[in-house]
Design a protein around this ligand. Structure first.
Ligand SMILES: C[S@@+](CC[C@H](N)C(=O)[O-])C[C@H]1O[C@@H](n2cnc3c(N)ncnc32)[C@H](O)[C@@H]1O
Length: 436
């Protein structure tokens, strides 16, 4: 990233972050979180309020990109550097959200342009286009319509159905939900009352109020952790895991590791990211939980020990989290997906080395793409004839019938629990060795 950090003034720090997130998505193919992690790893500091502001504005931009670009390209006739376009997208979103006085918008857009070598020679253009956007705003008062990126929507229509794709689009325009997992199952009713939460069908709580996490009762005390209902379901379907030895190959920030520990399992956590391991350690400390943590690439992990359960919650396109990470629909060139597919395939082949003969692999991810999910499992059993996948049963009372697909895999979608605000898309499969 070509930035000069010495000229960033405090005043534009949230806008600077917004611009970095937009460049991250449209130039470097990084998610919002990856950009924030990247900047932190380079010792950039942003206050929590700046991150919150940046997330709000970028969510608006990713969610309304078609309308924003329609408006922008009325004023920007020449082909222009994408980083400059991104500054103007910020200006339009701020006009639409009516958050700052007009003069402040123009000044900060020009200041922002000056922070990078790529954009500083375009400050004149940015100044002129921003002023035109502001002065012509009333006569061309645009309706900002929220819709999914067209290729992404087409994928959903083709692979699910038009009705499901439309429902996912509807749910995607709503505010994201905040779900939590309670450490101690017996205390669910107590916390439901204390947090005025909704009890979801599988025992997660959904918080209705839009409040800061650390201000919520029980957070600092380690009574619960944040985990979307969908990602908490696979482990709930495994039955009794008390005293089982679990290897969690992609474990940070630790949602599933904490679930296992709370249920009495012994967990070995592996993750390659220092920053995310720090988050894992903070989460475990807050929850007063202890476990072995190994910082390594999963492919370098070695152990003589075998495990009853190997959890591989693989890195993936994160397309299931589209309600929260609206940018994921814009970052799918073939190369990125191919890298992810390779990691997923390799991790399955790695996991099978560490499972006891009666043990299992729990494969999961938050993707809506079948190539990362169903196809990986079908390929694995095709190439490993001594392995099979075990169907999740439709008789299982904890799950609704349409949460399972035709193979018996868990296939959760953002439009499931539609009336309660939806859930993240999530996929899970269980693999076992055939008895000789
Ligand atoms: C989907 S997240 C895991 C979420 C976690 N299981 C939970 O429930 O909170 C994927 C994790 O894989 C880690 N990761 C990505 N590539 C890796 C690799 N090659 N080796 C080890 N960890 C990796 C990332 O740092 C990230 O923390």
């Amino acid at each position: 990233m070509n930035v000069n950090k010495f000229i960033i003034s405090k005043k534009i720090s949230s806008r600077y972050l917004i611009h970095q997130i937009l460049d991250g998505v449209f130039i470097n193919r990084r998610t919002k979180t990856q950009t924030i992690d990247y900047l932190r790893s380079k010792k950039f500091f942003f206050e929590e309020k700046d991150i919150a502001q940046a997330e709000r504005i970028t969510d608006f931009i990713f969610g309304h990109l078609n309308s924003i670009d329609d408006k922008l390209f009325l004023f920007l006739k020449k082909k222009t550097d994408i980083s400059v376009v991104n500054i103007l997208r910020i200006v339009i979103s701020e006009i639409a959200l009516k958050e700052s006085p007009d003069y402040a918008l123009v000044n900060s857009a020009v200041d922002l342009a000056k922070t990078s070598f790529k954009t500083k020679y375009f400050s004149g253009l940015i100044n002129a286009v921003s002023k035109s956007l502001i002065s012509k705003n009333e006569e061309k008062d645009f309706l900002f319509k929220s819709n999914l990126e067209s290729n992404f929507k087409n994928y959903l229509v083709k692979n699910y159905s038009k009705e499901i794709a439309d429902n996912i689009e509807k749910i995607y325009t709503l505010n994201n939900t905040l779900d939590i997992t309670i450490k101690s199952f017996e205390e669910i009713e107590t916390w439901k009352k204390k947090l005025e939460a909704i009890l979801l069908p599988t025992g997660s709580l959904r918080i209705k109020k839009n409040v800061k996490l650390i201000d919520l009762n029980g957070f600092k005390e380690g009574k619960w952790w944040v985990q979307n209902i969908s990602s908490s379901i696979p482990i709930k379907l495994l039955g009794n895991v008390k005293d089982k030895n679990v290897l969690d190959l992609f474990s940070a920030p630790g949602g599933k590791a904490m679930q296992f520990i709370a249920l009495g399992a012994n967990v070995t956590c592996v993750d390659q990211s220092s920053f995310r391991i720090k988050m894992l350690k903070e989460n475990l400390a807050r929850m007063k939980m202890k476990t072995e943590i190994i910082k390594t690439d999963f492919s370098r992990f070695r152990s003589q020990k075998k495990f009853d359960i190997v959890l591989i919650d693989v890195p993936c396109s994160a397309t299931g989290t589209i309600r929260k990470n609206k940018e994921v629909q814009y970052i799918f060139p073939k190369k990125r997906l191919n890298n992810l597919l390779k990691i997923q395939k390799d991790s399955l082949n790695m996991a099978k080395k560490f499972v006891t003969d009666n043990g299992l692999i729990l494969y999961c991810n938050c993707s809506l793409f079948s190539s990362e999910s169903e196809c990986q499992i079908l390929d694995f059993v095709e190439n490993n004839r001594d392995w099979y996948f075990e169907k999740f049963s439709k008789k299982n009372t904890k799950i609704q019938k349409d949460w399972l697909d035709k193979f018996g895999f868990l296939r959760l979608r953002p439009d499931h629990l539609f009336d309660l605000g939806g859930m993240d898309g999530f996929f899970a499969a269980i693999l076992k060795k055939k008895v000789q």
